[in-house]
Design a protein around this ligand. Structure first.
Ligand SMILES: [Zn+2]
Length: 364
């Protein structure tokens, strides 16, 4: 091993390539490459200069690095000064080839980087402008459409064309929102839930009532005697709750400012996926609010919140107790599971036919 040429570590975000979960990492510049040490890891990884590549992307998105021997892993450095320090110390750092695959990887990474920085609180959020709370749902719907489409393309194989599954999700949201009156800010009829084929177990709400559910969630929850349709319904209810509470629009506004959001909503320019995905970092308070509203909707609809509790338990089994990797790093999934009452209501979230249609929708 060579001695570090630069003793002070840089703060970076590391993605292991298996989940969308960002991890804080310390980077040290060495003469022959980089030392990458994710927080909590016992041993640092060595990313040799001969295998290091700098990914293409917007100039203001920071420095994004890949390593040939670790094809799906990524490291990002957000600060301009830190990025320049690395580039100066490693003058032989290559730029990634710009083949289609590389561009796709770069795009995927760019998205992950923005989410990562936001989720780790490395992006300085300003106060929420009051105007966001008043932005009508149909005004932000074009942003949401754009976001949902791009996320489908970046994280997976795009939307699954399955009318029976779409109908099943629409029936569920109809039951969850049966008592909700349409308003300026939230119209149940405008809600649009779509399935995307992706191995990543995740779901999210975009502005304008657009909700995307990744098919990887079906693998995560399994098929506990058919009742895990209720676990998926729990996730859908949680995302609907974010939409009702207008968290996606508020998060975009906090991260990118009223001006940019106004331009996007007005049809000028297109929302890039990274911008869009910043809505994943809602924070602890918002996640608790969404969980509470989801439980209320699930119990009122006669489904109960036991499925939502089972979902958090499945996340905990897959990703560990303290960091679920599901949408936000806090509160912990164990806490979120414990907050549920675990009520099983008299009706299931999906009929047997609807549940089969959902599981088969993305070719699974
Ligand atoms: Zn959430």
């Amino acid at each position: 091993l060579t001695a570090p040429t630069d003793p002070s570590p840089l703060v970076a975000v590391y993605f292991d390539g298996r989940s969308a979960r960002p991890q804080r990492a310390a980077l040290r510049i060495r003469a022959d490459g980089l030392e990458v040490r994710p927080e909590g890891a016992a041993v640092a990884m060595h990313w040799p200069l001969s295998e290091l590549e700098r990914l293409e992307g917007p100039a203001d998105a920071g420095l994004r690095l890949a390593c040939h021997g670790r094809p799906d892993e990524r490291v990002a450095v957000s600060g301009r000064a830190d990025a320049e320090r690395i580039v100066r110390a490693l003058p032989r750092l290559r730029r990634a080839r710009t083949s289609r695959t590389e561009m796709r990887r770069a795009a995927k990474w760019f998205v992950g980087g923005v989410v990562g920085f936001a989720a780790l609180g490395l992006v300085a959020f300003e106060g929420l402008p009051r105007a966001f709370a008043l932005m009508p749902m149909n005004w932000v719907a074009p942003i949401g459409d754009n976001v949902a489409r791009q996320i489908g393309a970046v994280f997976g194989g795009g939307a699954c064309a399955a009318p029976a599954a779409d109908a099943a999700l629409a029936r569920l949201s109809g039951r969850l929102l049966a008592e909700v009156e349409p308003s300026f800010a939230f119209d149940p009829a405008a809600l649009d839930i779509r399935l995307v084929a992706s191995s990543v177990p995740n779901a999210f709400a975009a502005p304008g009532g657009r909700i995307v559910v990744f098919s990887g969630l079906f693998d995560l929850v399994g098929d506990d005697a058919g009742a895990d349709g209720d676990a998926i319904a729990g996730v859908v209810a949680h995302e609907i709750a974010h939409a009702r509470l207008r968290h996606p629009t508020a998060a975009l506004g906090r991260a990118f400012g009223l001006d940019l959001l106004a331009r996007l909503a007005g049809g000028g320019g297109s929302a890039n996926a990274g911008l869009a995905l910043a809505n994943l970092a809602y924070g602890r308070k918002a996640e608790r609010e969404a969980d509470a509203l989801a439980r209320e909707m699930l119990i009122d609809a006669g489904i109960g919140d036991a499925g939502l509790v089972r979902f958090f338990q499945a996340v905990e089994r897959r990703f560990g107790a303290q960091d679920g990797g599901y949408l936000s790093t806090h509160p912990s999934t164990a806490e979120r599971a414990a907050e549920g009452r675990g009520v099983t209501g008299p009706v299931r979230a999906f009929s047997a036919e609807d549940w089969q249609a959902l599981k088969a929708a993305c070719g699974g």
